[in-house]
Ligand binder design. Structure first.
Ligand code: SF4
Ligand code: SF4
Length: 207
């Protein structure tokens, strides 16, 4: 087992061979998932870098990069990732399909995200994606602005359609995994189930 917690994601693959929800979740790391996530985000980053540098605001990109470090390494990883089964792996770095290699400064939180964390996540994403748009507006880089907004829409469409429907971080506000699959996962993971039930979640059926 590669986790101090009773989380099936990090157990030997034999448990998956007989799993009734096998294939319904992205519960193991695959390089192709990480690369597709990064490529959608990178397209947006490259567009905004070009737009901002052409507009003469290049130095302000340092502020954006600084925010990435704070958001991905400190803030988002606490309010979102620390609740994710991927985070329960032993070791000091995260090995997941998006924030791969981020440092795990916080302990694992098996309970679901609370309302404050969900609101913070929306605020964090708004800053993350909105920061470069401000400079494109200030310099009237409207072509780059429109392309960037379209790329944001494509990025979130990709996430919501292809990833959030199968992501094991069930309490994320974007998550779309069906309740029966969530309940089945919780029934396989008693430590997580106990924390969810202590937060008021009702596991309706044993599968
Ligand atoms: S839910 Fe758990 S047991 Fe089932 S396939 Fe995923 S990691 Fe394996
Ligand atoms: S919530 Fe997403 S980014 Fe965070 S650890 Fe889980 S899969 Fe990775």
């Amino acid at each position: 087992m590669k986790s101090d917690y009773e989380i099936c994601t990090w157990k030997n693959s034999e448990v998956c061979d007989v799993c009734s929800i096998k294939g319904k979740l992205i519960c193991h790391f695959r390089t192709k998932y990480l690369l597709s996530f990064l490529s959608y985000f990178l397209v947006y980053v490259i567009t905004t870098f070009i737009g901002i540098i052409l507009g003469g605001f290049g130095w302000y990109l340092l502020g954006w990069i600084g925010y990435w470090l704070f958001f991905f390494e400190v803030w988002e990883i606490r309010i979102l990732c620390s609740h994710c089964p991927y985070y329960a792996e032993e070791g000091n770095t995260l090995h997941c399909i998006a924030n791969y290699s981020s440092l795990k400064l916080w302990k694992y939180h098996p309970e679901p995200m609370n309302m404050s964390e969900k609101i913070q996540l929306f605020i964090g994403f708004t800053i993350l994606f909105g920061y470069p748009l401000i400079f494109m507006v200030l310099d009237s880089q409207f072509i780059f602005l429109v392309v960037s907004i379209i790329e944001i829409m494509i990025f979130f469409s990709f996430l919501i359609i292809k990833r959030c429907a199968k992501c094991p971080n069930f309490s994320c506000p974007f998550n779309r995994v069906r309740k029966e699959v969530v309940d089945s996962f919780l029934n396989k993971n008693p430590e997580m189930k106990k924390a969810w039930e202590a937060s008021g979640y009702k596991v309706l059926k044993e599968i």
